[in-house]
Design a protein around this ligand. Structure first.
Ligand SMILES: Cc1cc2nc3c(=O)[nH]c(=O)nc-3n(C[C@H](O)[C@H](O)[C@H](O)COP(=O)(O)OP(=O)(O)OC[C@H]3O[C@@H](n4cnc5c(N)ncnc54)[C@H](O)[C@@H]3O)c2cc1C
Length: 553
């Protein structure tokens, strides 16, 4: 943490040098002594200190300065640092002004020039003031700060990105936080675009893209090399497992992840059926452990970075990234999973990120404190989310189209839900429309049996209605089924015939796609079981076939 600041302000260069020298001699070990030659330049310094979150312990200011007197400066300075101690440097003739300042700006002390010897006339008083300041001082949070609006999709995107990449940050809502308003006022434009991301060193960015934030906080977004034995696209459980097995078996490996390692599992609040964790574990924990393990084996993890295209120049497989750069490899594993299916109802698209979210956003959980939360979906992901939110929200309503949760949700979850007083399942119910000016305000639901509709006030709606793969970037290269899932192994064989253009003198390996050396694992594979353990299993098994393939290259 930065040392607290003592700021000396004087327009007389000789006096300023003398104050600075005497202050440094005694306080430099514990305080940063800064100087300014006018009230205005001191205020500019304060703006920078404020953005960096650096504390100020003491102002020592000359009263007689031509453009801004010491008292005028203090009036403005204490608005920014109300807790800082204030001392005026005065000549005999300024005594009256100094006495008035005791009331006007809560002056702590005034010092007559010259102050020699400082041991008698300066240090004892300054020691007193700093002692008082230290006693009341609580160090501020000095990490990354995000100033935004709870209902803005851009602010949500930034917070979600930071949370999922496990970057600690402090969220300051413009609606309720004094600190947020102060930070906005100190940004150059005075009315910056939100979210305002204030970095640890005090620099800031207005509504930055995730990639820009990543660069600033030291996440790796560019590959260290142009060629690897193995490239893995997607950092969910499957990709992370492939990375750990590949790298631990000696393959130079890079994993490319569009959002944050962990994939869908990373958004799960509690996975209870993963082997070896009898008490369950959160998806965030699973991702953190897997990332640490992969890094231990020297896997390079690029995030956020998207793969946009793939092509073959035998013996190489080449991927093009979102920033236009390319990486080549011998073997490629695609583990891009599935994305949430979108709810098609009037108003939903406009209010997404403004009270409507896909998945159980942990970022939003605290904001839902003491509110009613609506969850759409009847599968395990919806059930887990309901259990998760039940710790924070007043009441949770699960809206499910079927007449029995047990039809699509695991029995253990249904039992947990039934035991919770603040969760209610609204069966045979779907959302027909949503409304709100700047954020979600009302939901209209319909019962499919009675045909009755009901409109309720609501601020939070979380949607879990299944998922589909996003594999359009493989068009014309890799064979997929009609829903976009990638075909592999024996699924590619038609009437005993190998896929079109297939060159090797063998059938495709298990998990190998229609292009030799390109493999698929996890939820994006045609016919996959949509579970963490199977994704991890497939990611690990794929490495076995990568080795077999590489013997052919
Ligand atoms: C809320 C929720 C709760 C769940 N709970 C459980 C549970 O309790 N037990 C259980 O077994 N399963 C559970 N599942 C299912 C489980 O999480 C998935 O089966 C598993 O995550 C699939 O892993 P995957 O690696 O195949 O794909 P994903 O987890 O979907 O990961 C794919 C990754 O690829 C990235 N990606 C996609 N396209 C690109 C691209 N072009 N370039 C770079 N990166 C890309 C994505 O950003 C994503 O991170 C749950 C799922 C959800 C959503």
């Amino acid at each position: 943490m930065a040392k607290p600041v003592i700021l000396a302000v004087d327009d007389d260069p000789q006096v300023l040098r003398a104050v600075e020298r005497d202050l440094r001699r005694r306080y430099a070990r514990e305080y940063r002594v800064l100087r300014a030659d006018s009230g205005q330049s001191a205020l500019d310094t304060l703006s920078k200190l404020k953005l960096r979150g650096d504390p100020v312990a003491l102002f020592l200011v000359d009263q007689r300065m031509p453009k801004m007197t010491g008292v005028e400066f203090l009036e403005e300075a204490i608005e920014r640092y109300p807790e800082a101690k204030r001392a005026l440097l005065t000549a005999y003739a300024d005594t009256e002004a100094a006495i008035r300042a005791i009331n006007e700006v809560g002056l702590d002390y005034y010092l007559q020039k010259p102050w020699d010897p400082p041991e008698e006339n300066l240090y004892p008083n300054i020691d007193d003031m700093l002692g008082d300041w230290q006693a009341d001082y609580r160090p501020p949070f000095t990490g990354l700060r995000v100033v935004g609006d709870r209902w803005s999709p851009e602010s949500y995107r930034t917070r979600e990105f930071l949370a999922r990449n496990r970057v600690p940050y402090r969220w300051l809502d413009v609606e309720g936080s004094e600190e947020a308003r102060e930070l906005l006022a100190h940004a150059d434009s005075g009315a910056p675009k939100l979210p305002l991301v204030v970095y640890e060193d005090g620099s800031y960015a207005e509504a930055p893209e995730n990639g820009e934030i990543a660069e600033n906080i030291g996440l790796q977004t560019h590959a260290g090399h142009q060629f690897y034995d193995l490239v893995i696209v997607g950092g969910g459980p499957s990709g992370l497992a492939a990375a750990v097995y590949g790298a631990s078996e000696g393959l130079s490996t890079v994993l490319i992840e569009r959002e944050a390692p962990g994939g869908q599992a990373g958004t799960s609040s509690r996975i209870e059926n993963y082997l070896g964790f009898p008490a369950g574990l959160s998806g965030g924990d699973l991702a953190r452990r897997a990332v640490d393990q992969a890094k231990r084996f020297e896997v390079e993890i690029l995030t956020p970075q998207e793969v946009r295209a793939v092509r073959v120049e035998d013996p190489y497989r080449i991927v093009t990234l979102g920033d236009g750069t390319e990486i080549s490899c011998y073997a490629l594993i695609i583990t891009t999973g599935v994305d949430y299916r979108k709810l098609d109802a009037p108003g939903v698209e406009r209010l997404t990120g403004r009270g409507i979210y896909y998945g159980a956003s942990q970022t939003e959980a605290l904001s839902c404190k003491n509110e009613d939360v609506y969850i759409i979906g009847g599968a395990n992901s919806a059930g887990q989310a309901a259990m998760f939110f039940s710790k924070h929200a007043r009441k949770i309503f699960i809206l499910c189209r079927s007449n029995d949760l047990r039809k699509s949700m695991s029995d253990y979850l249904v039992r947990q839900i039934e035991e919770k007083d603040n969760i209610e399942a609204l069966l045979e119910t779907s959302v027909v429309s949503v409304e709100g000016e700047n954020h979600l305000e009302r939901i209209t639901m319909k019962n499919s049996v009675t045909g009755e509709t009901q409109t309720v006030g609501a601020h939070s709606l979380f949607i879990f209605i299944g998922a589909a793969p996003k594999t359009a970037w493989l068009d014309g290269v890799i064979e997929r089924d009609e829903r976009g899932f990638i075909l592999s192994g024996s699924d590619l064989m038609r009437h005993g015939k190998r896929p079109d253009g297939w060159r090797p003198d063998r059938d495709p390996f298990l998990l190998e796609t229609s292009i030799p050396g390109i493999f698929v694992a996890g939820d994006v594979r045609h016919g996959s079981v949509k579970r963490c353990a199977s994704a991890v299993g497939e990611g690990s098994i794929a490495i076995q076939f990568v080795h077999q393939y590489m013997r052919e290259v």
